[in-house]
Ligand binder design. Sequence first.
Ligand code: GUN
Ligand code: FE
Length: 423
Amino acid sequence: MQAFVLKGHICQSRDAEHIEITENGFLVVEDGICRGVFGALPERWAALPVTDFGDRLILPGMSDLHLHAPQFSFRGLGMDMELLDWLNTYTFPEESKYRDPAYADRAYDIFTRHLLHSTTTRVSVFATVHREATTLLMEKLDRAGLRGFVGKVNMDRNCADTLREASAAASLEDTERWIEQTHSRFAGIRPILTPRFIPTCSDELMRGLRVLADRYDLPVQSHLSENFGEIAWVKELCPWSSCYGDAYDRFGLFGGEHGCIMAHCVHSGEEEIARMKQNGVYIAHSPESNMNLASGVAPVSRYLALGLNVGLATDMAGGSHESMLRAMMHAIQASKLRWRLQDEAVKPLSVDQAFYLATAGGGSFFGRVGKFDDGYECDAVVMDDGDLDHPQPLSVRARLERLIYLADDRNVAAKFVAGRRLF
Ligand code: GUN
Ligand code: FE
């Protein structure tokens, strides 16, 4: 058995409202699983090797619940449109390039390198419709030691000819082949069904995806209630639906036993919210993307208060950056504007809540992830804030808050995923 101890200032969520800090604490890890955080190392583990990170902070690895790997190449560009025009003008032409495995190889190398050095340890990623390129992305993420899900996108209508799959049957056949090739091939990366969103997926395709979800016990990821034009279009395409979420739910692709992530949920109504709660749907809150595409701001503190599953996401390249620290900052800032300008009944997010979303909140989609309590997988990032100098000593709590607003990849000194040190 491989067992070790990490020592440093250990921060984790006690619950959605409170960060708990153990200064000069000990995190005990056995076979990749945490045994807990201790102020003094218990006698029974006294003989284990200790890696002393000194004055650095040790945080749970972060979970990015929604991002698009092929869009990394145009991050920071094309932020002058709303969702549907943005997809047609920038996104679909770029994603079409991943038909070429050589292009995918170069682009996904860059994406993986950036993700590796970020605070992110778990991901749920959209690739493109291309089977070969999607498998390549899975290989790269797995080799890097990251964990989570990657989806080959399905889209058989309402999109560029260069991306549209020939038919529902062709899309399903290709998807099943990809699942067969990848579902037990990697240590840490697994397939997830990925109907892009209702406008690009026919009823026949949705029905077939449900069959695959059951056959292979696969979770689902998609987009929900992001933008007003999108929501109106879904109503036109599915006049029988009582809300956007219902258009997924009728096909059995909206939570339940296999697990489901829905990105955005900016404009979800009461019925949709109730259905998400009932079905255990995970909301991937993507604040920067929602600002860049002028989609709006999701009422996240309300979702938390209602007891929904909520995590945080970068939604690159709707979002411009892979940093989950930035995502936390954007979530807090956006929530303040929403509170001031839109609805004073929905409270702004606190630092503690944003930290929870990025760690334990999203992490629970992947199992026991996002905390250091007994039984959790050991995902950890060690943060060195030595370059963020200050004229007087600061509390660990203050240093953590500053890291959220001021840190970048250069402050990530070490990273562990499921107990394995990546750097
Ligand atoms: N809805 C459908 N596709 C996309 C996408 O690529 N990005 C975002 N933000 N929303 C979408
Ligand atoms: Fe997205």
